[in-house]
Ligand binder design. Sequence first.
Ligand code: GUN
Length: 282
Amino acid sequence: MPKATIIDGKAVAAKVRNEVKERIELLKAQNKRIPCLAVLLVGDDPASTIYVRNKMKACTEVGMLSLPVILPAETSEDALLSKIKELNEDPNVDGILVQLPLPRHIDSQKVTKAISPAKDADAFHPINVGLSRLGEPSFLPCTPSGVIRLLDEYGVEISGRNCVVIGRSNIVGKPVADMLLARNGTVTVCHSKTQNISEYTKNADIIVVAVGKAKMLTGDMIKEGCTVIDVGINRIDGKLYGDCDFISCAEKASFITPVPGGVGPMTIAMLLENTMRAYGSI
Ligand code: GUN
């Protein structure tokens, strides 16, 4: 039997989505404009197609409008940039996201920078990255803010605790580390060049693992009573695994997220919340 409380990301995500739904119902009752998220997909990558479909379905479920912009793989960078410009200027569009990865002939950084920072539902624009680093009001990236929300919902104290983030991606590792630091955690970032990761994880109260390597964090690497947040999604023979070895970690941790059903559902929930922020309702 696992010792750990299993953090129910599906339930917390449902709560966040419900909060958004209630706000939209209120807007509808007041005959106000309904928030709208534009979702751009270039090409037909199967995983991206599913992600985009799930994002639009989530919008519909909470009563939010979604504007799908599905473009062929051979769309030119200029054509994509002018579509983004049009959406930036459209007063009925609140949030804009461009599903990544983009086809190789398109410069994703250029595209990310073309989205108005005020409509940046993914919070990937350098302006939002910079503002959040400075602790100023800004959009926050969805998966990292989902991680923090899970810790808060389960009453896991961050202030003064040893936090170890494994992974240093721009989308997860770096922003999670910043957010834990902003909440007064003592933060260490480990990565592929870190020697002896378990020296760090053994002293950690909170471990966030986001490296994309199945079962890399094992029970013998962690402290009794710690919290493990697993951001990994690794598909092996059609089955999903996180970055931690759930069985051995759950025997020692106090709190742990499962995969699937942990951090995953939070990402879309926070995307909806960001769109509400872009609308001006939060
Ligand atoms: N591709 C993988 N993750 C994401 C994400 O969070 N946002 C976007 N736009 N594309 C992604």
